[in-house]
Design a protein around this ligand. Sequence first.
Ligand SMILES: [Zn+2]
Ligand SMILES: [Zn+2]
Length: 217
Amino acid sequence: MSQPCGLVKCTRTSRGLCDCCKQNLCLQHLNEHNALLISELDSLADEINALGDRFKTLNIQKTNESYYEKLEQWRVQCHQEIDRFFELKNQQLNECVSGKVREQEKEYNRLQSKVAELIREQETTKQDIDLLTSSIHHLEEQLHRIDRTYFQISIRPLVIDDNSICINETIEHEIDLLNLSSTYKTINYPLESRMALSCNDQHVLIHRKPNLCLIDR
Ligand SMILES: [Zn+2]
Ligand SMILES: [Zn+2]
């Protein structure tokens, strides 16, 4: 037996179950409801287009540049640190090598001028001769020693800790309490006090027993 259309005041015979309102409707109302559904597609298309425009306004390029600047700054500072360390060690090594030679050169000059002085004066003693002879032998030994000196340079490769640069994802104005860094400082605080524990330009940290509240200014 045929049923009437499910809509109030419509006397036509129902022709089928409408997908949107789950009522048995006449052919005319089925068509109307169908047209309404189809018209919703247009507004969905508009929303999708608007989302497409959002991609163009995402400021990925700008933020990427500022991230890169931070990494670049780290890279430059590390290179400077390596250069500074290299220069220091290079100086130490030069000092080790030429410092020893300089010392012996001083002794050589002293002996040379001493002998020249004695020859000029045409006067010397047995003690002078013995002292000079022993000093010359000592200098010879020292030069021979320097000749045989090598430096063993042990070098460990530089290990860069992966934690030197940590990349954590956060969303503006959201605070990830699961991702707090390690303790910076601990303070003793009166249990009943309600004064701010700490603050910055965005948040105030307050102890309200038994809670620790982070309040957005
Ligand atoms: Zn319907
Ligand atoms: Zn109807």
